[in-house]
Design a protein around this ligand. Structure first.
Ligand code: ATP
Ligand code: MG
Length: 389
């Protein structure tokens, strides 16, 4: 049995001469995502009248397909459809069939003609189809708030009908806005930040710093699980684990306690930047939200970002924790994030971390550290995992 869908794209409609490129990316992502998530191979995609038509020949349910399409950035909405030839008789027949399995008392027909040469006006189609459905099932037409609406779209050489429309996630197809490196911590925020970066078309690669053997391995397992969930929204990405314990020990032994967290973060930034430059990635992403914790005051954010020349994207900067949690639940990362783990930084959390640091104090605090060699050593110990779907 084949399933047919029509997919409407969102903002890519605005991209002028680059439209073609955006639509190709969207179609590739739809194909890849269905293959990866449902092992579907029999997929045909085509473009007609600014809509993407999808035909699936494999044996899957529309519920499963909906769940996948729901995670494809760039889709505004999508519907399971019936396609028919360009004549009124077929429209009447298919419209009656479409209502056969539905339970309803009142209904309405809404027709749109992209091709105005169809021999009936939209209103006439509404009336004729309305009458056919009424006669077949003895139900009432109700234009305001009917139980069910049948949409009919008349294109250049085909007509399609549907009565359920699902919202897509919006945004832009992953990959069209290049690559970013996300500093991912195993907490609640950074997976949500990754989601927003992907939503704007950036492909995410991930770097995680762990304190093994000071901590257990479970922060790495958590990050791995989080990335598995996030990969449902994109299809290729690399993950880099950095054993950070040696660097942390050097920082702990050679700098004032209250600056420790900021120094940890400055080293994370330096290492992330070096890796990003090697991979030709032009921005970093963090899950920081202004004022959420002591390392996220304006002064401390400034002190942390001083060490990198790359732009740092902070998609969550204006979100409250409750808002972030709500999104984490929606995208499926919350239950993993909230499992307990030993964090690379909380392990060494000072009693009184500095809240409003100033740059010269921070630079002074680093003067006994051989920054270059620490970064180099860390860089050489990177462990890499590819997710290539
Ligand atoms: P999260 O919930 O993402 O852990 P948080 O509220 O715990 O965030 P912080 O611990 O201050 O906030 O971390 C701020 C940001 O720094 C994180 O969102 C993440 O981008 C980065 N970060 C923190 N710890 C790590 C780590 N061990 N490895 C990689 N990045 C990290
Ligand atoms: Mg954290």
């Amino acid at each position: 049995m084949s399933l047919l869908y029509v997919c409407h794209y969102s903002e890519i409609g605005l991209k002028g001469r680059n439209q073609h490129f955006f639509i190709r990316a969207l179609m590739n992502n739809i194909r890849r995502s269905l293959r990866h998530n449902l092992s579907i191979n029999q997929i045909t995609l085509r473009l007609n009248n600014k809509r993407v038509f999808l035909r699936i020949e494999d044996n899957v349910s529309s519920k499963e397909v909906n769940a996948v399409l729901n995670r494809i950035f760039g889709l505004a909405y999508f519907s399971k459809i019936i396609i028919t030839d360009w004549n009124m008789e077929n429209v009447l027949k298919e419209a009656v069939k479409l209502h056969a399995s539905k339970s309803f008392d009142t209904f309405a027909i809404r027709t749109r003609r992209a091709n105005k040469t169809f021999p009936y006006l939209s209103e006439e189609v509404n009336r004729k189809v309305g009458k056919a459905v009424q006669d077949a099932y003895n139900k009432k037409v109700k234009l305001k708030n009917p139980d069910i609406i049948c949409f009919i779209e008349i294109l250049d050489n085909e007509i399609y009908l549907y009565n359920e429309r699902s919202e897509g996630p919006g945004g832009l197809p992953v990959g069209i806005n290049g690559n970013v490196l996300v500093l991912i911590s195993g907490g609640i925020d950074s997976p949500v930040a990754s989601y927003f970066a992907m939503k704007r078309g950036a492909r995410c690669h991930f770097i995680h710093f762990h304190s093994f053997p000071f901590t257990t391995k479970n922060s790495q397992d958590k990050v791995q699980d989080l990335i598995t969930v996030l990969s449902k929204y994109q299809f290729r990405g690399r993950t880099f684990f950095i054993p950070f314990a040696d660097a942390q020990q050097k920082i702990v032994l050679n700098s004032p306690e209250k600056y420790r967290i900021i120094l940890f973060r400055r080293f994370m930034m330096r290492i992330a930047e070096k890796l990003a430059k090697k991979l030709n990635i032009s921005a970093l992403v963090t899950g920081e939200s202004l004022g959420q914790v002591s390392s996220q005051t304006l002064e401390n954010i400034r002190a942390i970002e001083e060490v990198t020349s790359l732009p740092i994207l902070r998609p969550l900067i204006g979100l409250d924790k409750n808002e972030i949690i709500k999104i984490a639940r929606k995208i499926g990362t919350y239950t993993i994030s909230k499992l307990p783990h030993d964090d690379a930084c909380t392990r060494f959390m000072p009693e009184n971390p500095v809240i409003h640091s100033n740059l010269s104090d921070i630079r002074m605090a680093e003067k006994n550290l051989d920054i270059e060699s620490i970064v180099q050593e860390q860089f050489e110990s990177i462990e890499k995992i590819d997710i290539n779907l």
